[in-house]
Design a protein around this ligand. Structure first.
Ligand SMILES: Nc1ncnc2c1ncn2[C@@H]1O[C@H](COP(=O)(O)OP(=O)(O)OP(=O)(O)O)[C@@H](O)[C@H]1O
Length: 364
């Protein structure tokens, strides 16, 4: 059974620290949904997760699980962690080293006084879910890091928690394992049908795992949206940047008949028309573009709706792709081209095809 989690105006003030670690954070996670909480180190994501777990006492706001309030400091309500029926997986492999895989996964069921028959079937089911059925009698210390995290996950899911909380569970794994377990994790969580809160500073993890992503900075929740929404309509330049839009160019908007014409500083070419009044009023704006959304062509190739001529100043061959640094009217932008053979040289003039629908415009 999965549950709905509602976090409302949550606050956490640590004693003797002026800025709150979390500041009026409100998030609703629907039953069966995976919400990834993304943000740089120190933004307050772990504090939010630990508050939901009951391991941290928030100083304001409320948390409720399936309509039952578990935290409400203003009214003296605090439900102990063990009474919240949550599953947790952390960065460190929290497994019992002296036990086998079976004993580890059975542990929370024993603590809940389940019958031997029930324990057997639930352990089998949880290990099947994480793909470790063949390792059931192995001591956990004889497993790889990735397998230990699968044990930790199976142990957290075996007793069918109402919510699964995961705090950077892939951070200690090497790159290849991290990607494999990342891809499997979503399938496992969805198959278990459990509501999940997943904390990470890795945007790729958030995108692959989350049904929605919440982005935090300095204790505040800046935006919450689907991965597609977040990537294509970031609310501000911090989010655009944090989710990988590396090129930020200076733009200017000229008002024409109630609308605004967006141009790149130094160029006469119209990029697009703008209707946002605040942007038109600001005039000087930032245009953020993802390197992978821009394409480049030889200057001799055919036209494109909005194309600028730029010069390649540098290129970095990355094996499966090449990252070009291009000068555009005195501004630098990165452009990424997939493929194992770079097509352009440093110093070459190229046509830069501007992704009109995929550029975000922000006030300076
Ligand atoms: N016990 C504490 N006392 C005082 N300040 C704390 C305490 N624990 C955390 N903080 C502060 O609260 C803020 C949020 O910390 P938190 O651990 O939630 O961030 P985070 O986004 O999870 O970062 P990381 O990814 O590095 O764990 C930080 O500024 C941190 O320094």
């Amino acid at each position: 059974m999965s549950s709905k989690l509602v976090i409302d105006s949550l606050m956490k003030h640590y004693p003797n620290v002026s800025r709150p670690a979390i500041n009026k954070v409100s998030i609703t996670i629907e039953a069966g949904e995976i919400l990834a909480l993304l943000g740089p180190s120190g933004c307050g994501k772990t504090t939010t997760l630990r508050s939901v777990a009951g391991l941290e006492q928030p100083t304001g706001g409320t948390i409720s699980i399936d309509g039952i309030v578990v935290n409400d400091p203003a009214n003296g309500i605090f439900v102990q962690p063990q009474r919240r029926n949550l599953g947790m997986v952390f960065q460190s492999y929290a497994v019992w080293p002296h036990m086998t895989v079976r004993e580890n996964v059975a542990y929370p069921l024993l603590a809940r006084k389940a019958s031997a028959k029930e324990i057997r079937s639930k352990v089998d089911e949880a290990l099947e879910l994480v793909g470790l059925s063949d390792y059931i009698d192995r001591p956990v210390v004889a497993l790889s890091g990735g397998q230990m995290q699968r044990v930790a996950l199976a142990r957290s899911l075996s007793y069918k928690p109402r919510l699964l909380l995961l705090d950077e569970p892939l951070s200690n794994l090497d790159a290849k394992l991290r990607i494999r377990l990342r891809d499997d994790l979503r399938k496992i969580i969805k198959e278990a049908g459990v509501t999940a809160l997943y904390v990470t500073h890795d945007q790729a993890e958030a995108v692959v795992l989350g049904d929605r992503i919440g982005v935090m900075r300095d204790g505040e929740l800046l935006q919450i949206d689907t991965p597609l929404g977040l990537y294509n309509n970031p609310a501000n330049s911090f989010i655009a940047n944090f989710t990988g839009a590396e090129a930020v160019l200076n733009g200017v908007i000229e008002p024409v008949g109630g609308r605004g014409v967006l141009r790149l500083v130094g160029s006469d070419e119209q990029i697009k028309l703008i209707d946002d009044e605040q942007l038109i009023k600001a005039r000087n704006v930032k245009i953020s573009i993802r390197p992978e959304n821009v394409s480049i062509n030889s200057v001799t190739e055919g036209g494109h709706a909005v194309a600028f001529v730029g010069n390649i100043v540098d290129r970095q061959y990355q094996g499966t792709q090449t990252l070009y640094s291009v000068d555009l009217y005195g501004q630098r932008m990165d452009i990424l081209e997939l493929g194992t053979s770079p097509r352009f040289q440093s110093g070459e003039a190229v046509k830069v095809n501007f992704p009109i629908d995929n550029c975000s415009v922000f006030i300076n």
